[in-house]
Design a protein around this ligand. Sequence first.
Ligand code: ARG
Length: 570
Amino acid sequence: MIIEQLERALIGALESVGVELPEGFQAKVEASADLRFGDYQTNAAMVLAKRVRTNPRELATKVVEAMQIDDLAECSIAGPGFINFTVTMSAWGSAVSSLGKDERLGVPLASPLQTVVLDFSAPNVAKPMHVGHIRSTIIGDSLARIARFLGHTVITDNHIGDWGTQFGMIIHGWKTVLDEQALEADPVTELLRVYRTVNAQCGEDESIREICKQELVKLQGGDADNLKIWERCVELSKQGLQGIYDRLDVQFDYWYGESYYNERLAPLVDDMLEQGVARESEGAICVFFDGEAKLKDKPTIIRKADGGFLYATTDLATIDFRVEEWQADQIWYVVGAPQQLHFQQIFEATRMRGQNPSMHHVAFGSILGEDRKLMKTRSGDNVQLIDVLDEAVERAAKAIEEKNPDLSGEEKDKVASIVGLGAVKFAELSQHRMTDYVFCWDRMLALQGDTAPYLQYSCVRVRSIFSKLDEGVKLDLGELRIEADAEVHLARMLVRFGEVVPSLLDDFRPNLLANYLLELARAFHSFFEACPVLKSEGATQNTRLVLCDLTSQVLVKGLGLLGIEVPERM
Ligand code: ARG
């Protein structure tokens, strides 16, 4: 990798001019944000000048003289002591050629490799899975793909809410307003109708609220009838959810929902009392975070005065399980920002218990409608995920029909699904996860713009070059000649893939990859305009074809890490 070669040369030069490097010093070379300052730069001279009692520019000058990188890059000094590197054309040529030979397309494995449990999606059973869950599902799935590609052992676990207070209402509804036939035909919709009906009744009638509460108490006490209803309800909901995940191509290794931990809650609370981590307060068992300034006045209850356990109790038991059973080094929770306090509390409580997996709350903001308010349907309900997916595919189908009416019916459906779902995923993943983003159909499906269809179309376009080529043409990775500006820029962007992917997990930001892919596609289109491929010959044509081929490989791989497919044609 060019960056590593530069870093090695930099260390060598620093040592040869007599700088004693501090323990664990890493010579940091980074891609320049502004290409006028070369391809890469380092601030090493500025960081180290004090140690040799000189000023940064002077040290930079000495270092540049001592750098032995004639074939790799030209160096220059800028500002207070930055060293800039402009990579030579021949070095770009060999970098592209190594990319072509590397199955990993320049992306190194992470170090150290870890066992990561990824907790995402996790909708609540028998309640609708709404667009808020789409963020968790799509971001979580992409993080799983990225972490696996970087070599980590990833365990995806769907911690569904299958033991909440909603079951009081559902059981009462099941006994009073359920339509068995409708349940057969479309379980998810019927369960939702039952939930909404009883929810509305509860809003108006205190006595119904009381009945629901009693049903919940019976369920928790092990009542056989209620348990049976609960079981069927969970089963049916899971089937419905599975259908959505299949469409989205999202996979879970486990579905250990909240109920999975029921038996572990009482012993956990006892254990925490014994450890002195929890104590009684007004009949309830609580954890007080006296040692942690930001949680000082925010204790969390783990057992209510009536004996009931809470969301936090289940999450603590879940952490125990994941550490003991799965040897989790890391646990990532992809859950909306409103649950921030909950996660701070359970992370701190876990530390107080002496366990130390590295835990991260990967939070995200809201999805807004085009009126910039929280996205709702016309009747004021939460928009359901399944409806969003259906509409995306429908709209994509229309666009494809216009663009390419020759596709057969079957292929059209397939392409519409790939393009529609890709558009929804990309709209999500190209945003910083904390921003509240506006859900806009036209924008996310546009062929020109920062969209999945634009990237998918770019891939299709690159591939079409190869279909126009004579059968006999074979790519030669041996001697590449990168000469024109547009070639250099495309080469630079291709090499950057190996630099971008490892950085994605630093702050859990797939959007950096999404934006990189857009930049790569733009670099490709400029190259394709400036540098004829089919009309060129010999070594020039070979180099250009290699650039095209790698562009398509990187686009496909990068989109794949976002969970987005590329159609053959569109
Ligand atoms: N079921 C919860 C919700 O929909 C999310 C669960 C997230 N995971 C967890 N371990 N707490 O809000």
